[in-house]
Design a protein around this ligand. Structure first.
Ligand code: FAD
Ligand code: SF4
Length: 326
């Protein structure tokens, strides 16, 4: 690891000033940043440790939960209001990483973790995300874990965060503080698709700090679930995952939201699948129609075509489970 400077500010404005300098990076739990620095995938001149900032609170009020960016994954998953009012969030977090990582890692850091493409994490290979213009070996190489939707010729990596999939289905808002002041970013606009600039993963400005995530709550979020399909039960990233929220009235679907993980460079909402379910009973025919709508437009690579069927099954499984809940 290259030598770097270290700063631990006590006020958010001071952190933003320091974090806006070229070559600076924020440090929350460090479970991602330090690994990337040790492996030579990222290099920073200065690390701004944000753990002394007042960003740890989980505040519950009517119709929303506000989660500070430094709240730990384990703590958020175990919070009684999160477990009962947004179970999809609690479940997505409990299905992430290992207990040790969840105790250390923070909500903001989780949202900004990099993708798990093996070529990206091995600096012996070229990679457009690490070094723009150097190429994308995953397109022709090992791409079993890569994207079906939203990819470009420059990058086919998927977003790795389980939490982000739940927040997409919940229509959360990301709160930030930057040199130009505070912003509220709708979750659907938070991540960018790779296009011809795969190195830019979010719309955050240089030095912009995530301060909190705001999650709306109500009947739709209270009946919600996360299903993660992975290669082993112990800590592992999703091959395909799905977050779902559902309300029914008179035996028919009233409102539904579906977001998939493991299939695109950002959590992948499927409005066509949601439309195929609205107003219909949750039966075999409507589930099959929704599953087909969800996978329409998928563009498999050489090794990841099996994910199309996994998406159909994940959608059917999660909605069948939710349909059984009262
Ligand atoms: C063994 C292992 C298994 C894992 N499995 C999973 C899994 O199954 N699912 C999953 O979702 N994740 C998984 N992860 C990833 C893990 O969840 C992330 O490493 C973790 O959430 C990152 O949080 P952190 O607080 O440690 O971030 P850090 O490492 O401190 O920071 C990560 C990035 O976010 C930036 N950052 C941090 N906080 C802020 C902020 N408030 N504002 C602006 N920038 C900020 C940092 O500068 C850095 O670029 C796994 C990790 C490991 C090591
Ligand atoms: S898929 Fe993206 S991250 Fe992976 S090698 Fe290609 S450019 Fe790099």
């Amino acid at each position: 690891m290259r030598p770097f400077g270290y700063l631990r500010p006590r006020a958010s404005a001071e952190a933003v000033r320091a974090g806006s300098a070229p070559g600076a990076a924020y440090l929350a739990g460090g479970t991602e940043l330090l690994n990337l620095m040790k492996d030579g995938v990222q290099a920073h001149d200065r690390v701004i440790d944000i753990n002394a900032l007042p960003l740890k609170e989980i505040e519950v009020s009517a119709g929303r939960i506000r989660i500070g960016a430094l709240a730990r994954m384990a703590e958020v998953a175990a919070h009684p209001a999160v477990r009962t009012q947004v179970p999809v969030l609690s479940s997505a977090l409990l299905n992430s990483a290992s207990p040790q990582v969840r105790n250390m890692a923070a909500i903001g850091g989780n949202l900004l973790q990099r993708n798990r493409c093996g070529y990206f994490r091995d600096s012996g290979f070229p990679c457009n995300k690490r070094q723009p213009g150097s190429g994308c070996p995953a397109r022709q190489g090992h791409n079993r874990m890569h994207a079906l939707f939203g990819a470009s010729e420059h990058c086919v990596a998927v977003h790795a965060s389980d939490l982000a999939v739940a927040l997409q289905a919940l229509e959360a808002t990301v709160l930030t503080l930057g040199a130009e002041g505070a912003r509220r970013i709708p979750f659907a606009e938070f991540y960018r698709l790779p296009g011809d600039t795969p190195q830019l993963e979010t719309g955050l400005r240089p030095g912009e700090l995530i301060t909190a995530v705001e999650v709306p709550t109500g009947p739709l979020t209270a009946r919600s679930r996360y299903l993660k399909l992975r290669d082993r039960e112990s800590f592992e990233f999703a091959v395909v995952s799905v977050a779902a929220c559902l309300t029914q009235r008179g035996g028919r679907v009233q409102e539904v939201r579906l977001a998939f993980g493991g299939v695109a460079p950002r959590p992948w909402r499927t409005p066509e699948a949601e439309a195929a379910l609205r107003g219909r009973p949750l039966d075999v025919a409507s589930l099959a129609a929704a599953a087909e709508a969800a996978v329409r437009g998928a563009r498999p690579l050489a090794h990841n075509g099996f994910k199309v069927e996994l998406m159909r099954r994940a959608l059917t499984g999660v909605l069948t489970e939710l349909g059984r809940q009262r």
